[in-house]
Design a protein around this ligand. Structure first.
Ligand code: HEC
Length: 160
């Protein structure tokens, strides 16, 4: 009986040691959480301040967009197979980049792997060289979001 009691006491003592360890872990936990919280904003893909403007959030005006297309006409036409300084923009919405036959693209454009969806065009046309470093399209971009959205809507409307 006495031995059993001693063994019991030893067991209790080791339990106390275990819970003491648990206590230490509990004390460390908040510090670990704070570290994770501090790391979170840096890991987030987009800080709130740089929130992206989406093409879909605009009400577009196709007629106004046709006027904006004047900025492109010096280098592009919408006729199929007619390349000028830039490739034909016939059916450009939904087209794979670098896919117009007979146009000599830069490597950047040819191998970008981009599909010219409305969303992608909306982003690209804001800052072509920023979006596609190495492109030989020397066009500074259209910074006004509404003008750009109208232009993209116009391009989409020309799709046959
Ligand atoms: C100064 C001439 C110039 C102007 C102005 C210009 N572009 Fe371009 N664009 C080019 C050239 C050159 C390329 C080919 C780029 C390359 O190969 O790197 C191109 C490529 C493109 C492409 C990629 C086509 C493909 O087949 O992958 C799109 C889309 C485009 N332009 C749209 C426009 C739009 C819309 C405008 C008007 C807002 C415009 N560009 C204004 C010269 C121009």
């Amino acid at each position: 009986m006495k031995r059993n009691f001693l063994m019991g006491a030893a067991a209790l003592a080791s339990l106390a040691t275990l819970s003491a360890c648990g206590g230490n872990k509990a004390e460390q936990a908040p510090a670990a959480t704070e570290t994770a919280a501090a790391a979170a904003p840096a890991a987030a893909p987009e800080p709130a301040a740089g929130a992206k403007v989406e093409f879909a959030s605009f009400t577009t005006d196709v007629a106004a967009g046709e006027k904006v297309f004047a900025l492109c006409r010096s280098c592009h036409v919408l006729d199929e197979g007619v390349n000028r300084v830039g490739p034909s923009l016939y059916n450009v919405v939904g087209r794979a980049s670098g896919s117009v036959a007979g146009f000599s693209y830069s490597d950047a454009n040819k191998s970008s792997g981009v599909t010219w969806s409305e969303d992608v065009l909306f982003e690209y046309l804001k800052d072509p060289k920023g979006f596609m470093p190495g492109t030989k399209m020397t066009f500074p971009g259209i910074k006004d979001d509404q003008d750009r959205a109208n232009l993209v809507a116009y391009l989409a409307s020309t799709k046959k």
